[in-house]
Design a protein around this ligand. Sequence first.
Ligand code: COA
Length: 395
Amino acid sequence: MTVGIDKIGFFTSPYYIDMVDLATARNVDPNKYLIGIGQKLQAVIPETQDAVTLAANAADRILTSADKADIDMVIFGTETGVDNSKAAAIYVQDLLGISKRARAFEIKQACYGATAGIQMAYDHVLLHPESKVLVLASDIARYGLNTPGEVTQGGGAVAMLITANPRILALDGQSAFYSENIMDFWRPLYRKEAVVDGHYSTDVYIEFFKRTWKQYQDKTGRSLADFSALAFHLPFTKMGLKAIDAVVQGTASATKLLRQFDFSTQYNAVVGNLYTGSLYLSLLSLLSNSDSLKPGDRVGLFSYGSGAQGEFYSGTVAKNFDRQALKKPVDNLLDDRHKLSIPKYEKMYQAAMPITSGDITYDVTADQSRYVLRGRAADRLVYLDTGKSAENKAQ
Ligand code: COA
């Protein structure tokens, strides 16, 4: 029996900005954003979407009624949770009608949360092969208007179903991890925007990648030659490029792995930062866009959450893997988006729900998503199922 990712669904906002427009507005050479940072477009999240609705919309794209009845654990990885106490997983479980005979909880460790969820799901399904676990990775990356981090914003969610005999990626069950108390990126309770030392964070990320990759090699005896591709946590695509360069340059695997890395950045470059979902959007990008990855090929995954936790693990492409079934719904979702001018983006950015209390009602008529945030009443978040169906459902 193998255990791993059986289904992956992705959802993001229908709005985006072009990095050339942002560079022009900020009086920066566009090539800094396009080449130096490696981002082309950036998702802009309207006030009618939050981490819960993004995740619910992502899960809605992959789950059948049978899945909803069979799921016995819902794990929600996020660092933009909607409550200091209540898990976002409970809202999604309710909105989607997932079985109540399930454990539902949230995991936080910056951009690493979903990886912890996948590892927990893997162990659970190994012990209980009939189980299905829904792992959600959902975040909105905010650094602030006119800040150096603005170009690395974005948002969206990846939903993954972890089962026995998966149809996408069978996990090897071998991984290497490392954690250390580091102040490279965090978000105090009173802030919606991250506090970040971006250059330091990049250095730590590369260091953690080299360290966990070495630990993984020592544990498994595998080398770069055993991998067809490496996928990375990608707050911006240049960050992953720096990490992969640090390990593959000058080796016999460099050409192959750098070519696959390009495929793994395509979706991230046009969506932006998903925080904990970034690695899994990159995996989706690799599996959907690579013209040569085939069943049996081994993929390495490097997960990093500031603060900091790193993990390198691996899996092999499943034997029934269907690339087109994975790719089409993502391409359609991204193609259907609307471009915003920079003033409109700034207005939307500032309209996000404030941390301060008070009732709010949003106009949800412009939001075509199935699940939307209606507002807040008597300190309760109000979510709506509009009944709109997710077109182009993933496999
Ligand atoms: N053409 C091409 N490249 C250019 C350029 C131009 N005209 N101008 C600058 N660049 C390059 C720089 O050389 C640099 O490349 P390098 O990193 O390979 O040296 C890159 O663009 C970025 O320039 P830099 O001056 O370092 O940018 P910055 O100080 O404005 O900040 C970040 C960039 C990434 C540090 C900032 O956006 C940030 O902090 N983002 C958040 C990152 C984060 O969240 N990290 C934690 C999550 S893991």
